[in-house]
Design a protein around this ligand. Structure first.
Ligand code: URA
Length: 277
């Protein structure tokens, strides 16, 4: 440990951020955020000059160039706490725009496995964002990032919806899955009503990161968005990728290319989240 290291903001020996092991300027400001480290290689497969930049715990960073635009991908791990670490440290190394790619359980019957959901906003049951700010504060995507994701999905011809996401800190009980497949074991009574109540309230999907990332990212001055592949349908009880993850990756990559183009042309002059307001 270097002599000047401080508990309130630990740094690596080359003055980098502690968990991601990146120094300012190591990666471009446009970043795709998968949960799983191994997804970073899949995401960067179509990029030129793709190179591994850092690899520590659940945080793997790869950078490269897509159609002339420098991009990076950094894995967040599962859930809010590791997402919070990732976004804090990305903001310290010069990143300004992040798009989460992941999978989600859908709770509306009209979505098929493999469809995409662009999460416009998210219900904050993530358990991390409330360490930053009270529950009245909304978790919502940067509107310009949503526009870019829509433009990307339209261009690529993907079936997608604009979703109201529900983010929870649990995959099993918190998503109304029984602890054991046969239904025995701990089973809180309100679990039986969860999916039905959320469906009635117009919630589209359930997953584990988006609300935490939207709130924490915004409070760090980052533009945030998320495109999620429907891998399960909790109403019809089906599970399967059906090419959705690959589509989500392509949509996020194209959306970042579009955003870089808009930024360069100053197409969107004012963006409150981005300018730190
Ligand atoms: N991710 C989740 O958190 N839940 C699902 O059902 C699918 C993916």
């Amino acid at each position: 440990m270097t002599e000047e290291n401080r508990a309130r903001a630990p740094k690596t020996e080359n003055n980098g951020v502690w968990h991601l092991q990146l120094a300012p300027g190591d990666i471009p400001p446009y970043v795709i955020l998968p949960g799983a480290p191994e997804r970073t290689e899949v995401i960067a497969r179509g990029w030129q000059d793709a190179q591994l930049v850092a690899n520590n715990r659940e945080f793997r960073t790869v950078k490269g160039v897509f159609e002339g635009v420098p991009l990076a991908t950094v894995s967040t791990g599962i859930g809010g706490p590791s997402s919070e670490i990732c976004l804090n440290e990305l903001s310290k190394v010069g990143v300004h725009t992040c798009i989460r790619v992941g999978t989600t359980g859908c709770i509306q019957p009209d979505y098929d496995l493999g469809d995409l959901i662009i999460a416009v906003a998210a219900v904050r049951k993530d358990g991390t964002s409330d360490t930053y700010i009270g529950p009245e504060y909304p978790a919502y995507a940067d509107p310009v990032v949503v526009m870019a994701l829509m433009a990307a999905c339209e261009k690529l011809g993907y079936r997608y919806g604009l979703g109201l996401d529900y983010t929870t800190a649990s995959f099993y009980i918190g998503q109304a899955r029984p602890i054991k497949e046969d239904g025995t074991g701990y089973h809180p009574s309100d679990m039986d009503k969860l999916i039905d109540d959320l469906t009635q309230a117009g919630v589209t999907n359930i997953e584990m990161e988006t609300a935490a990332q939207y709130v924490v990212g915004r409070l760090h001055g980052l533009r945030m968005g998320a495109v999620l592949a429907v891998i399960s349908n909790r109403v019809t009880d089906r599970w399967g990728d059906e090419g959705g993850e690959e589509k989500a990756v392509k949509a996020a990559t194209e959306a970042l290319r579009i955003l870089a183009d808009w930024d360069q042309k100053k197409r969107i002059e004012f963006n409150a989240a981005y300018s730190g307001a």
